[in-house]
Design a protein around this ligand. Structure first.
Ligand code: NI
Length: 295
């Protein structure tokens, strides 16, 4: 990884983080504050961005088409025979009920198909922050995500530190990834941009029209690689929180059914980020508290 060591452990002032915690239905309220300096995905220097293990083109366990979604995709057939209800949730009003947005970064990868199975079995929605290079490698997974009603987000092409890039390169990272997502998903656009490591210069933010999606709860799943620790961290999410995880880790994917169960037991709906925001997603708005506030 080419992370400048000197920047890895630059601490973030928690008070400044609190300032950035936008009023999105109680974000941060009651959330146990993570220790300073480890709240940022930027520290995920060990996250393998390129899996050295050769990947099969078709991952085991992935349905080529989400069964119940297949019928609704072809609108012309809907009238001929009643189709089973689309597995999408009825609209959830997060202004009235408790909601949490689970988000998964750096995929799609070898465990994404299994994660989709878990989410669909539980009727839960999530948002995936995809790397363009992974999308190109596994377009079928992105298509399955879109068909399952998951939300898609842009996490750059190959996970560079965007703050180190010139405008042209940064734009290229974002644009190519957006294009790859639309192509792979069959027309679904990425709604949000999550800059790798939450790192984007303040001066760069004005150049990005996509809303920035950060996070409120960093599960540190990439670091612990522990299903138990990931369940504990994610299940501590409070209503309004955005939870950061990585579906490139098997330990994380294993944690998801328990996370869903525990949050549901607290009356929390698992929704996409857009739903969490009440559908009022705006450009140039930063959602979540995880962005470096100091630059
Ligand atoms: Ni990442």
């Amino acid at each position: 990884m080419r992370r400048p060591l000197s920047r890895r452990f630059a601490l973030t002032s928690m008070s400044a983080l609190a300032v950035l915690a936008l009023a999105i239905g109680g974000v941060g309220a009651g959330t146990p504050a993570p220790p300073p300096g480890i709240a940022l995905e930027r520290l995920s220097v060990t996250t393998p961005l390129t899996n050295k293990t050769p990947r099969p083109t078709a991952l085991p366990g992935l349905p080529s088409v989400a069964p119940a979604a297949a019928g609704t995709a072809a609108s012309g057939t809907a009238k001929a025979a009643p189709q089973p209800a689309r597995p999408h949730q009825a609209p959830v009003n997060c202004a009235k009920v408790k909601c949490v947005a689970l988000t998964f970064d750096d995929g799609p990868g070898p465990y994404t198909a299994q994660l989709l199975k878990h989410l669909e079995a539980d009727g839960a929605k999530a948002t995936f922050f995809l790397l363009g290079q992974q999308v190109r490698q596994h377009p079928e997974l992105v298509e399955a995500q879109a068909k399952a009603g998951m939300e898609l987000g842009n996490h750059s092409w190959d996970h560079p530190q965007l703050s180190a890039l010139k405008k042209k390169s940064m734009n290229s990272q974002i644009r190519r990834t957006n294009q790859a997502i639309v192509k792979a998903s069959g027309g679904t656009r990425a709604v949000f941009l999550r800059p790798p490591y939450g790192d984007l210069l303040r001066s760069q933010r004005g150049q990005v029209t996509m809303p920035l999606a950060l996070w409120d709860v960093d599960t540190l799943d990439w670091k612990t690689r522990s299903t138990k620790a990931t369940v504990r961290a994610a299940a501590a999410a409070q209503p309004g929180d955005i939870v950061l995880m990585h579906d490139i880790h098997e330990s994380t994917v294993r944690a998801v059914p328990q996370i869903v169960k525990k949050l549901r037991a607290k009356g929390i709906h698992l929704v996409t980020l857009s739903t969490l925001m009440g559908g009022k997603v705006k450009e140039h708005i930063e959602y979540g508290a995880g962005l470096r506030p100091d630059r």
